[in-house]
Design a protein. Structure first.
Lengths: 89, 435
């Protein structure tokens, strides 16, 4: 099943502003790009060699915060009430 | 003037709510801050809550009123190869009567119910509010900064029950920054099936449940495992994989879980089930090796935030540790109030309580388990040996039969040596088996 179909089962209250920001200058020099593999919802993707993060689908687990040792990720929780809202959990 | 509470609890999960219930009942003025629009909105786990004395003491016969799914009477451990499986199964009817040994549940239902109990006890719940930082008075925590107008909230003591990432414990300097070998990520699917189908498929009576863990091909050799829990009319099927392992092998857990669903051992079990929700979460896995300082001046750390979780391969337990640690944190605060001393020294009773309870005992008992789980042969060689041996035992092909030890030797030939097997058994024994 494509990740988009999995994501469509998750309820989100999407904020207008991203809660996680990337410093893509650092990403460009990063060899590992661990974020591509450790994100359980595959929110980190490459578009024409540029790293893109879609905060709308983030489940706020924090895996990328721990894995990105290059310091490219400015990580915060979404504002209160925004972000993922598990219906089952 | 900023608002002032006796205690501010950050996080309305099982650790935070337990602490809040105990403290509110002791007559203290307690606020619980929760970043989700309601408790449980951000919380996800595998599936089972194991018996916790503290919970039963606070809410006697809690299973009568709590939104539980099924009581677990069956535990299965399955070793997997791409086309075979070998299982150890236990069924015990005693587990089917109160006090239940384990119950399956869904956090988006259970957590709001439990937080409701904290509110009924007199705690003040503040949902949809992120706590950004601590307020300090010299070297003592004096409250929290919440993301809202009039965000300053003062307290004699703060309980950080803010989950696996615990940014508060980190800000307080109680916890260092961890690397990918200390955490695992979990992915789970809630798959709807009629209750009768679940009971027929897994051989369960009405109300009974199954907790199954899988080791081997499900993670394609990566450090971790898969799980299956039965809810009333859904299955919780998921996987836990260590971050460092995903990083090294450059595989995504979403894809591993998809492949696992096609394994012949699991495919018929989930046939015609409808995906209701895909979810993901972080799991603190390093046990004793990642434990923060559990308390500081005016601050206590409980639950996942303190890394209180034990994974033995047979069961994955965290919620009972969260509840027991929240309970201990509250007891320590009550004692500190009697002495009028919320300093690090005044709160040190927390550690003694945890040491007396199963929380630190279990973490100590299984302290070698995280290292043992790094052994790649657990996920490839041994499942294949077990499946190969059992195949040879059950296979009837016209050839003369041989005794088991002979079959074991044949199966091992060219795959591993007796010496390697012996050292691995010793490592497994140290981690999980002998005292």
């Amino acid at each position: 099943m494509a990740i988009e179909d999995k994501l469509s089962t998750i309820r989100y209250a999407v904020d207008a502003e991203p809660h996680i920001r990337l410093n893509t200058d650092i990403c460009e020099t990063c060899q590992d790009k661990t974020c591509l593999y450790i994100c359980p919802v595959q929110n980190y993707t490459l578009a024409e060699d540029k790293l893109v993060f879609s905060w709308q689908g983030c489940v706020e687990c924090g895996a990328c915060r721990i894995a990105c040792t290059a310091g490219a990720i400015e990580w915060a929780y979404p504002r209160g009430g925004f972000g993922v809202c598990w219906r089952y959990g | 003037m900023p608002e002032k509470f006796d205690v501010v609890v950050v996080g309305a999960g099982p650790a935070g709510c337990t602490a809040a219930i105990v403290l509110a009942r002791a007559g203290m003025k307690v606020a619980i801050f929760e970043r989700g629009d309601q408790p449980g909105a951000k919380n996800m786990f595998g599936g089972a809550l194991y018996y916790t004395e503290a919970l039963n003491e606070l809410l006697p016969d809690f299973w009568e009123q709590a939104p539980i799914e099924r009581y677990v009477t069956r535990h299965v451990l399955t070793f997997l190869t791409p086309d075979a499986s070998f299982s150890i199964a236990s069924a015990d009817n005693d587990f089917g009567s109160p006090p239940y040994n384990g119950v399956t549940l869904l956090r988006a239902k259970f957590d709001p119910w439990y937080a409701g109990k904290a509110e009924e006890s007199g705690a003040f719940l503040v949902p949809a509010t992120v706590v950004d930082d601590l307020i300090w008075d010299g070297d003592k925590v004096a409250g929290v900064m919440a993301q809202r107008a009039e965000g300053e909230v003062l307290a004699d003591v703060v309980i950080a029950a803010d989950g696996a990432n615990s940014l508060l414990a980190k800000k307080a300097g109680l916890r260092k920054e961890f690397d990918t070998s200390s955490f695992a990520v979990a992915a789970k699917e809630v798959l709807a099936l009629p209750a009768e189908t679940i009971e027929a498929r897994f051989g369960l009576s009405e109300g009974e449940g199954l907790a199954q863990s899988f080791v081997g091909d499900c993670t394609k050799g990566l450090t971790g495992g898969a799980f299956l829990y039965t809810n009333k009319s859904s299955l919780s099927l998921g996987m836990v994989v260590r971050l460092s392992s995903l990083q090294e092998k450059q595989i995504s857990i979403a894809e591993l879980l998809d492949d696992f669903k096609n394994n012949p051992c699991i495919k018929p079990a989930i046939k015609d089930a409808i995906l209701k929700e895909y979810s993901g979460h972080l799991i603190p896995e390093a046990g004793m090796n990642m434990m923060p300082q559990l308390y500081g001046n005016g601050l206590l750390v409980a639950g996942d935030a303190a890394g209180f979780l034990v994974s033995t391969g047979l069961t994955l337990q965290g919620m009972n540790f969260a509840i027991a640690s929240g309970y201990a944190a509250a007891q320590a605060v009550i004692k500190a109030r009697q002495k009028g001393d919320y300093s690090r020294k005044g709160l040190s009773y927390y550690k003694s309580l945890l040491e007396e309870s199963f929380v630190l005992e279990d973490l100590k008992t299984f302290r070698h388990a995280p290292r043992f789980q790094d052994n790649p042969r657990i996920y490839g060689l041994y499942p294949s040996l077990l499946c190969g041996i059992s195949k040879r035992i059950f296979q009837v092909n016209g050839q003369p039969r041989k005794k088991i030890l002979h079959l074991v030797r044949e199966e091992m030939k060219g795959k591993t040596s007796l010496w390697r097997l012996a050292t691995d058994i010793i490592q497994a024994g140290r981690a999980l088996i002998w005292p």
